[in-house]
Design a protein around this ligand. Structure first.
Ligand SMILES: *Cc1c(COP(=O)(O)O)cnc(C)c1O
Length: 869
């Protein structure tokens, strides 16, 4: 029986407690809850200010060396500043925590180490500080707020045999009803209690922590203890989605889930909720609402015992990265008794927890989840060695689990059939259907996972209209709701008037010289890179080439036409800046390459076997296939056995032999693994791989690490961390100081610098679809039709107006694939409005055609801005 009046527990995360605006929202939410009939009392659980827990960990790391003063000062500053904004006296309120931190850090610097017990005390200060500030501010507005120390509310379970780390830093509580606490709080005059997430106390009354992300769990324990009416978790995203919205912009808000489905999604990689917080609310049948602090009116996701509808249904597609697959083949007899037991025992010995399993008569495959296991190469090597006693074990790293999550997935397998076509070309390492029938999972190469998720999502939910389960899409929410328009700081927002004027001449590609310069400078200033070549196939516009030539870049050409184009523009260009990388080209082209004074890259043995005289006594680079492609689409993955590029590693000895016979020197090695790659470690892996190939070629002095550097294309996508690329390559260079490192990007240099402008011709509505017609289409920009590429589209004429319609943006070409943008939210468009397609500087005009005898868009280099360099 619940006490009367009953409680609602509100939990606010780090970004939700870090500014005055957010605290005003919190105060509003609290006062609304106080007026609700069912919930007269409110418990507010808060995280530390955004970033503070990391800073406190920094203190723990630095204090033993006495180097903690700077971080400590930064933490103090951050809180004083928020105190100022909130109009409360932080110095006075936080005096105790500030001096505790000082004292604890000093102690650690004297002792030279920080025990888990002291770590817990240091880390608990973050939440204590945020709630003291918040309680003072909200108390000033609402008058009935009582600050309470969570260590007097939550007691952890004693685990005398667990490690100290576990007992102090990752403890657990029992999710039980606490009548004594209920009675204690019922007597208080204040109706609002504000307390800390993440921290609790043990039997001895010491501070202990509930593990990273433990604030959600704290709130769930408290909801259980108080038998709360509901738990609300407030974060900076509006709820759980049918896919990761940062990857799939069309992901739909899931309005209602049951506990099991939510648990499945939380563990499958949706990071909105900490998976551990669902247990307590489920056990006590307390509804959990996910809400969005920046958008408090948005409904969010409700998690309760009853989901929507009872039938079988897929509700989400998710991907979990960094998974390792181990497949084990029996050495012994077919159907050998005890094989599973023997092999699994080895995993236990190594302390590794297995995630998925699939078995056949002679082989067992399992996956290891990186979240649950520490998987360094040494640990895997030891595992493989010990597994070798009972079986032949093969380890495949870099896999991903793609899962369909829903209910009774098994019974709708036949409906899923069309969606499963996308697996046709994939190597699938393992398929598993959960015993609970809540998910169906496929283990594939990590590089394929994101594309698979978006294809599956499109197939399963592309036509899905709004209903009781599926809310608005992320695109829709972020267009209308999130404070920042996508690409808010893109260069073209500032040159709107000029661009609108240009578009009066007809469809036009416009290029920004400043952006070209910036991108070039970012690459040429990388300490680890010796030469940068522009892959001119991305955009051979002469003005762009001149600008890049003036900045010292070289050029990578893939045809005699491209070589001639460069020679014509820059007759004096040094050999060291001209690279020719043909593929399946006729004999004559190699001769032309050498004649033009280019460095030539060979990517097959055939030319050496068939036309040795062309190569006799020359120097070449050799393109090697590293065996595993990366890239945003199948057509732009340029490595792996299904790719036509490069010499396989097995053929390198034979190539070395052929070269030796004709006195051909291999002076460089090359690999290009794909396009649109935004993972920083890619190029250093390539370098490590090429360095290994060098064993066959003693004269190698250059490593060309290829291009493929990606840029953010969808709203919310993270940029490639070039600093991290540089740092990882610098590390490589330390070990190989004599090798020159090259890059040959196309997209990275020109993509963001170019936009395509086109005017609206006609509008049409057909059923539920709105079409916006443009004066040009796939004849100017074929990437959406060819690769399913995404280009952000804005109505430049109506910049700043709120989006109102979801539209298909189409061109005038007689092909149903002539679609430039699908399901885009735009303001209401009119004939003559100018739409802008972003990121069109690479593979835009270069791939255009006169198909339908319609001229593609013209090209214009914008004048340099006066304030430019
Ligand atoms: C296309 C290509 C590049 C450039 O690729 P981006 O993704 O535009 O950087 C580099 N090297 C080779 C060999 C290429 O074929």
């Amino acid at each position: 029986m619940a006490t009367n009046p009953s409680w609602v527990v509100l939990k606010f995360g780090g970004t939700s407690v870090s500014s005055r605006g957010r605290w005003e929202t919190i105060a509003e939410v609290i006062s609304e809850r106080l007026t609700e009939e069912a919930t007269g009392r409110v418990m507010v659980v808060c995280s530390a200010l955004s970033g503070v827990t990391n800073q406190l960990e920094e203190i723990i790391a630095q204090a033993p060396r006495g180097a903690h003063h700077e971080v400590l000062a930064a933490i103090v500053q951050k809180h004083l500043r928020l105190g100022d904004d909130l109009g409360v006296d932080a110095e006075l309120l936080l005096h105790e925590e500030f001096s505790a931190l000082e004292r604890l850090a000093l102690g650690a610097s004297l002792v030279g180490e920080v025990s888990p017990r002291v770590q817990a005390q240091i880390l608990s200060c973050g939440e204590l500080m945020s709630t003291r500030l918040g309680a003072a501010f909200v108390g000033g507005l609402l008058k009935e707020v009582r600050w309470m120390d969570a260590r007097t509310l939550l007691r952890t379970v004693a685990e005398p045999h667990a490690s100290l780390r576990r007992r102090y830093l990752s403890a657990a509580c029992e999710a039980s009803i606490d009548r004594e606490l209920q009675a204690r709080l019922a007597g208080a005059s204040e109706r609002v209690v504000m307390t800390q997430g993440f921290i609790a106390s043990n039997d001895a009354g010491e501070s202990v922590l509930l593990g990273r992300g433990g604030s959600d769990t704290s709130a769930a324990y408290l909801a259980a203890a108080l038998q709360a009416e509901r738990l609300e978790i407030w974060t900076d995203v509006p709820g759980m989605f049918s896919a990761n919205p940062r990857q799939v912009a069309t992901a739909r808000l899931l309005k209602r889930l049951d506990y099991a489905e939510a648990q499945e999604l939380a563990t499958m990689g949706a990071r909105v909720l900490h998976p551990r917080c669902l247990g307590p609310v489920r056990e006590h049948n307390i509804a959990l609402h996910i809400r969005c602090t920046p958008e408090p009116r948005q409904e969010g996701t409700v998690i309760a015992a009853q989901a929507v509808g009872q039938g079988p249904q897929v509700k989400a597609v998710s991907a979990k990265h960094g998974v390792t697959v181990i497949s084990m083949e029996t050495l012994g007899m077919w159907q050998q008794v005890g094989f599973l037991a023997d092999t699994f025992a080895v995993f236990k010995e190594h302390g590794l927890s297995i995630d998925m399993v699939a078995t056949s008569e002679s082989e067992v495959s399992v996956t290891l989840d990186p979240m649950a296991n520490a998987l360094d190469p040494a640990a895997l090597a030891r595992l493989q060695r010990d597994l070798g006693r009972t079986c032949k074990a093969r380890i495949v790293e870099g896999c991903a689990v793609v899962s369909l999550v829903g209910r009774q997935v098994r019974s709708i397998l036949s409906q899923l059939a069309p969606a499963l076509n996308v697996f046709e070309e994939q190597q699938i390492y393992l398929v598993s259907q959960s015993a609970s029938d809540l998910n169906l999972s496929f283990v594939v190469d990590e590089a394929q996972a994101d594309r698979l998720v978006s294809r599956l999502h499109q197939l399963l939910f592309g036509e899905q209209g709004p209903d009781a389960l599926f809310g608005p899409s992320w695109e829709e929410l972020s267009g209308r709701v999130l404070p920042q328009a996508p690409f808010a700081d893109a260069w073209w927002r500032g040159r709107r008037d000029e661009l609108l004027k240009l578009a009066e001449q007809g469809a036009t590609y416009a290029y920004s010289p400043e952006t070209l310069r910036t991108q070039a400078a970012r690459l040429t200033s990388m300490a680890s890179i010796d030469r940068v070549f522009f892959a001119i196939k991305a955009n051979p516009n002469p003005e762009i080439l001149r600008l890049l030539e003036a900045r010292g870049l070289g050029f990578e050409c893939v045809s005699p036409g491209e070589v001639a184009h460069i020679r014509e523009l820059f007759p004096q260009l040094e050999t060291g800046r001209l690279l020719f990388t043909p593929n399946f080209a006729p004999r004559r082209e190699y001769e032309q390459g050498f004649e033009a004074g280019a460095m030539v890259t060979l990517d097959n043995l055939y030319p050496l076997e068939a036309w040795p005289e062309v190569f006799e006594g020359r120097e070449v680079l050799v393109r090697v296939d590293p065996g595993q492609g990366a890239g945003h689409h199948r057509y732009v993955r340029t490595a792996g056995p299904k790719s036509k590029f490069g010499v396989s590693v097995e053929e390198l000895p034979r190539l070395a032999e052929l070269a030796e016979q004709i006195n051909l020197k291999v002076v460089g090695l090359h690999a290009h693994v794909g396009s649109g790659v935004r993972r920083a470690g890619t190029w250093s892996s390539t370098a490590v791989f090429l360095a290994q190939c060098r064993a066959h070629f003693p004269d190698v002095r250059w490593l060309n690490l290829g291009g493929g550097l990606g840029v953010p294309e969808r709203p919310g996508q993270e940029a490639l961390d070039l600093g991290a690329v540089d740092a990882s390559l610098a590390e490589f260079k330390k070990a190989h100081p004599t090798l020159e490192l090259w890059l040959e990007p196309g997209r990275f240099l020109v993509s963001e610098a170019g936009v395509l402008l086109a005017r609206v011709t006609q509008l049409k509505t057909k059923g539920a679809y709105h079409y916006v017609g443009l004066e040009t289409g796939m004849n100017s920009l074929i990437r959406p039709a060819l690769y399913g590429a995404y280009h952000a589209i804005v109505n430049l004429t109506r910049q700043g107006e709120a989006p109102e319609v979801e539209a298909e943006i189409v061109g005038p070409i007689c092909e149903s694939g002539d679609v430039l943008g699908h399901a885009r939210w735009l303001p209401r468009c009119a004939e003559g409005d100018v739409l802008l397609l972003a990121n069109a500087g690479s593979y835009g005009r270069a791939m255009s055609s006169r198909y339908n005898l319609r001229e593609p868009a013209a090209e214009v280099m914008l004048p340099a801005l006066e304030l430019g360099e």
